[in-house]
Design a protein around this ligand. Structure first.
Ligand code: FRU
Length: 426
């Protein structure tokens, strides 16, 4: 366990410490511009939140028959937004230009594990599609539970649509549980002492040496009476980690747990949707986290956080000294969430979804109210503008934005004026 163990614990995990997090602050390098609702959202019948793109083995967005494809958690837009997690359904969307997206439909019709499906990743490999997802709850449960397992659907294919238009992502899918927490490196539900444990958001990653991994969101077990966090029991409940599993053969269906890459014991409970960008031998590890999942005494933000190391196993150091790369403006502190970064030439491009916003109720005192009263929140429920981020060694700076949901491929140049692409529709 880390926490008080210092940056590199004996099993090689790095630590995000309270000293790092004490330096977190909004400044001119890390606050994204205010988001206004797009003229056309992704799909007016759907709430859309966590989104990821179909990727090739090297991690770049795949192009299939001229289309790029995204998968997203969705629900009917008739629902109150807070209810959406309880019924989350995976849908896919496709686009020829990475700007205007057509709804493809549900990814799975039957056979999926859990009572609903949460975030994951999707691999396009030689025509085959593998969808890694979180099976949340149990199939057919009477009362909603919060158990989480890392699941795989294999056997999918993607092919041109029937009428020659678009693409179809089709089964038959074979669903299986890939990973469950072991209770040693990764906390099980029964060990959880604070907020609900996490074991979710699998992210496929092939390293430059060809080794194949899954990253995921998890927690480090901290038993009662532990001396972590100087013995402070309240802080010990905040134990988020970035988990790792390795495929010994490179088979994308077969993974074994390894020790976490990093944890945030005494700092933060949820290191969500972990993913990596590797640039010239530096491993950039990114996670999303919330204001409300920081431990007592640490002031954090709904933000994208990043860490850098010289190798996959670390030692990871927070970017910009504290870790924050991109956050929401103070007068719309929850406007976007669930960021994903990918490499594009000299820049990082960061996608996310348009979350809660309310320009008339800006102060943090109002936040509790916003969170309590579903009717008072305004929910974006569509893709947010893609943010352009400059990366210089271990420092980052927001450069500008593209349109809502814009997903450029490597061959597509970005506008020279960093805000010139901001008006594209979702
Ligand atoms: C982040 C997240 C993910 C999870 C999903 C559930 O937005 O908490 O970790 O998979 O939302 O809706």
């Amino acid at each position: 366990m880390s926490g008080d163990d210092g940056p590199n614990a004996p099993d090689g995990r790095s630590a995000w410490t309270r000293d790092h997090a004490a330096e977190l602050r909004r400044d001119e390098t890390n606050v994204a511009p205010i988001i206004y609702p797009p003229a056309d959202g992704l799909d007016e019948d759907l709430h859309v939140w966590d989104t990821w793109w179909l990727r090739d083995r090297d991690g770049s967005p795949a192009e299939v028959d001229g289309y790029r494809v995204i998968l997203a958690l969705t629900s009917s837009s008739d629902l109150l937004p807070g209810k959406r997690h309880d019924v989350a359904t995976l849908r896919y969307f496709y686009s020829t230009d990475g700007k205007f997206w057509e709804t493809g439909g549900r990814v799975f019709e039957t056979g999926m594990l859990g009572s609903r499906q949460w975030a994951g990743s999707a691999l396009h490999d030689d025509g085959d599609v593998y969808v890694y997802y979180t099976a949340a709850g149990e199939a057919d449960e009477a009362d909603l539970s919060y158990s989480q397992r890392i699941a795989l659907a294999e056997g999918g294919t993607i092919s041109p649509g029937d009428d020659g238009d678009g693409v179809e992502l089709d089964g038959p899918w074979e669903h299986s549980v890939l990973l469950e927490p072991d209770g040693e490196w990764y906390e099980r539900e029964a060990q959880s002492r604070g907020m609900t444990y996490t074991f979710r958001d699998p992210w496929f990653f092939e390293d430059e040496d060809g080794e194949t991994y899954l990253l995921f969101e998890a927690n480090t077990p901290v038993p009662e009476g532990s001396d972590a966090c100087g013995g402070d029991a309240a802080q010990q409940e905040f134990n988020g980690s970035v988990g790792l599993a390795h495929s010994p053969t490179g088979d994308p269906t077969d993974f074994e747990l390894r020790p976490p890459l990093l944890d945030a014991v005494c700092v933060n409970q949820e290191l969500e949707r972990p993913h990596l960008v590797v640039r010239e031998g530096t491993y950039y590890l990114f996670v999303s986290s919330h204001h409300h999942t920081f431990a007592p005494g640490v002031e954090g933000y709904d933000a994208l956080y990043g860490f850098a190391a010289d190798g996959l196993r670390g030692e990871y150091e927070p970017l910009n000294g504290h870790g924050m790369v991109l956050t929401n403006p103070a007068n719309a502190p929850f406007q976007a969430y669930s960021w994903l970064a990918y490499d594009h030439g000299d820049e990082l491009l960061v996608t996310s979804f348009f979350n809660y916003f309310d320009y008339d109720r800006p102060s943090m005192d109002d936040v509790a109210l916003l969170l309590e009263d579903e009717q008072m929140r305004r929910f974006g429920g569509t893709l947010a503008p893609t943010v352009r981020v400059g990366l210089d060694g271990r420092e980052t700076r927001i450069l500008g934005t593209l349109g809502h949901g814009h997903l450029p491929l490597a061959r597509e140049a970005l506008p020279a004026d960093p805000f010139a692409g901001a008006d594209g529709a979702g």
